[in-house]
Design a binder for this molecule. Structure first.
Ligand code: C2E
Ligand code: CA
Ligand code: CA
Length: 263
């Protein structure tokens, strides 16, 4: 990847925002004991006018280098608020929706204020939304910015999740310093269920999270065996291809509606 792709992406970004090329897909989260939906994670997709659909792993690292991810997240927040507001008007179940925040927010004190304006504009409540912050985002600046951001969002009444738990270097330090509400087990660990070492790490992580009063959500759940292990160890919420891939809004609404009519 050269500077060419970086500058090309940065240059196209403003135009892409104007053309509304960013879309949000929703991946359901489920109570694995009952199959009842508990909400969804918002995952961004870039439908480029000049090429095709681009996945976040391809462009977010570039936008991050260019210092543009906070603008992307603001656009995602706007779309999510709009979708929630529309679902309320249609009286259909939709949220709560969990939104990913990039590490660059940590340097932006105005983030919670900007989110307040958006939620007021769309009539979205604190219960309709939560936020995910990755552990690796705390590794810069000793984590100060991320701690402050989590605090500010919680003070506003939002629930905050620690994303990709276990992949960073300062996991326990961060858990000590930030009173997260939710812990998301990284799919790397979930995919290794059945390996004795992974099983021990997961089981003790879930126990620790319970002791800290955190709700645990497993990501990347793909098999019935993984569900059995997780539920048996008291991790009740899951997200992954076993239940559904991320879906465009209307498909997600149909997925959710199909569940509601089945019960
Ligand atoms: P993430 O937050 O860890 O999101 C979960 C990723 O795992 C998603 O990839 C999802 O499609 C994928 N996934 C879900 N279930 C399964 C499964 O069962 N098996 C496997 N192998 N993978 C599964 P996606 O959508 O490509 O997103 C990649 C990453 O991009 C996200 O990882 C997140 O870090 C970032 N991202 C996505 N949307 C946003 C956004 O709006 N803002 C920011 N800042 N980052 C975002
Ligand atoms: Ca996430
Ligand atoms: Ca994750």
């Amino acid at each position: 990847m050269g500077t060419d792709r970086l500058s090309e992406t940065a240059e196209r970004f403003g135009e892409a925002l104007k053309n509304r090329e960013f879309h949000v897909w929703y991946q359901p989260q489920v109570d694995m004991r009952t199959g009842v939906p508990r909400g969804a994670e918002a995952l961004v997709r870039w439908q480029r006018q000049d090429s095709g659909l681009v996945r976040p792993d391809e462009f977010i690292p570039l936008l991050e280098k260019a210092g543009l991810t906070a603008l992307l997240d603001a656009e995602v927040m706007r779309i999510v608020c709009q979708d929630i507001s529309e679902s309320k008007q249609r009286k259909i179940p939709f949220g709560p929706v969990s939104v990913n925040l990039s590490r660059l927010h940590a340097e932006r004190q105005e983030t919670p204020e900007r989110f307040r304006r958006l939620t007021e504009q769309y009539g979205v409540t604190r219960q309709d939304l939560s936020f995910e912050i990755t552990e690796t985002s705390a590794e810069e600046n000793g984590g100060e910015g991320i701690i402050q951001l989590a605090d500010d969002l919680q003070e506003e009444g939002y629930r905050v999740a620690m994303d990709d738990y276990g992949t960073g270097c300062s996991t326990l330090k961060l858990l000590q310093e930030v009173h997260f509400d939710i812990l998301k087990l990284d799919r790397h660990f979930v995919s290794r269920i059945g390996d004795p070492r992974a099983d021990i790490i997961l089981a003790s992580t879930i126990t620790m999270a319970g002791g800290l009063g955190l709700e645990v959500v497993a990501e990347g759940v793909e098999t019935a065996e993984q569900i059995c292990f997780l539920v048996e160890h008291q991790c009740y919420f899951g997200q992954g291809y076993y239940f559904s891939r991320p879906l465009p809004k209307e498909q997600y609404i149909r997925w959710r509606g199909a569940y509601e009519t089945a019960v």
